[in-house]
Design a binder for this molecule. Sequence first.
Ligand code: AGP
Length: 609
Amino acid sequence: MCGIFGCVLKEGNAAPLIHASLKRLEYRGYDSVGIATISEGKIYIKKDQGKIDDVHKILNLDDLPGNIGIGHTRWATHGAPLKVNAHPHTDCTGEIVVVHNGIIENFIELKNELQNLGHNFVSKTDTEVMAHLIEETLKQNPKLTFTQAVLDSLKRVEGSYAFAIISTREPDKIVCARNESPLVLGINHQGVFCASDIPAFLAITNKAVMVNNGELAILTAQGYEIRKISDNTPITREPITIEWTPEMAVKQGYPHFMIKEIHEQPETLRNTLRMQEHYLDLLTTFLDRANEVFLVACGTSYHACLAASYMFSKLAFLPTFPVYASEFVEQCGKSVSIDSTILAVSQSGETADTIAAVTCAQQRAATILSLTNVIGSTLTRISRVYIGTQAGPEIGVAATKTFTSQLSVLAQLALKLAKKRGKVSQDEIDSLEENLQKLPDLAETIVNTQEEKIKQIAKKYADSKVFFFLGRGISTATAFEGRLKLMEIAYIPSIAFPAGESKHGPISLVENGFPVVFVCPKDECHKTLIGNIMEMKARGAHIIAVIEEGDQEIKGLADDYIEVPKGIPSVLSPIPFAVPLQLLAYYTALEKGFNPDMPRNLAKSVTVK
Ligand code: AGP
């Protein structure tokens, strides 16, 4: 997730306004920043890696001439956060300049084609492809207008994008276009603006024009024009008045970042399905060759590892050992060797316990692989191979979208490894791949259909003194995550363990009205889980079941139930089943009057051991 901004002013310099607007978009990404303007037929660009304020101190982002320009604040997905990968990006001539938020899925194919035509690329980004594509389109059809060249180029692009493009060929206009990544226009007496998000310009205008998927907009100092990308037909769309405060706008109207990020999961899960095959294949190769694999993480990321251990075992017959990073050195330090492989998982890539564990393993010559949400983080710098979860910045302290993104990438790795090892039939592979693609829509359905019911359940149990969270098989990991969410933001003591363990001690806690959350996908554990539900009910527990829709058996046993769409393969179930538990924790925290974004005693990234 990055932030783009563009403006065409009737008079005055664009750069200071672009700089100020990028600052308001910094929550969308902050590892690099850049601005490009046009003045008297010439392009001016300033860009570098680093936070906006730091880059501004060195380069003075306000000091660029011209009344038209575009800017970008980056959250690296393709290419490390280095100056060369910072946006804006240009074509060979330097006359076409592009900023972009999204993922161009077919950029490798397009880049190879353009390089074979003699185009020189300087960055590792997918975005740069668009500048050269427009250049090539104009080279082959010099009579095209700049807008038409952009339209023709867009038809070659697959994936998600919000582009803002300027060129000295038509120096009075910005051409912007949208597919899935957000894009909105602003308009006032000064001129016209385009941005990833309303906060970029809300301080200077509350008149906004939404740009929808498959639409292109042309901005000039006089106004804007919207067209359909598919056939260039014009679309009339009047501005709307935004009633949000700037503070609300940063959360896109949501009251907290956490609920915004829970709702973002359909989009972030779509992005994790656009991983670069090359890196997935590389990681899979290392895992395939491994003698022993430790999955090392903390907190929510550890729960992703726990779920992954079931995925790798069930799909690829690969035994893996999930280990809490804080215990790794004591528990495994001496047994790690050159024959060991570590797959570290950390959304921040900065968790001190995880870094310490990885450093210990590295000193014993182990192979270090990692999965993180922050490209350029410490973890990526000490890993032999890493892959990004592409969930965009997660502001809420409680991990939500990064958790489901981690699970999606881990499931893809397990599936690739299974294919490589020939451990699952083609039919099963096809079915799992098909179900992986469905996950974003499933997450959307759950949020849309169950949120109101979950609010009621949260209200009903908010005063409970303790919760159990139980599951069997891979759902044990889901139960652990649901427990952590409720504990860390609603401050209710919660206990999670494999449901089969109840009779070995914990069930002594159960008395009348004791809330027990069961995670119940219709998998091979379903029948036994019903027995665990019965043993809890027999002692007066209140059963809160997360079930597949239409599961009449458990519906009949539960005091309350939350339904997720049916037909989810067990190995993928933690992804959809986590969403109701995230919502339950969020709404319980609200019921108790707590701020879910800033839970007491916790930090987003625990950089102390
Ligand atoms: C998750 O909701 C918590 N905020 C915390 O447990 C977190 O998952 C843990 O600190 C690990 O963070 P990381 O993924 O950045 O390494």
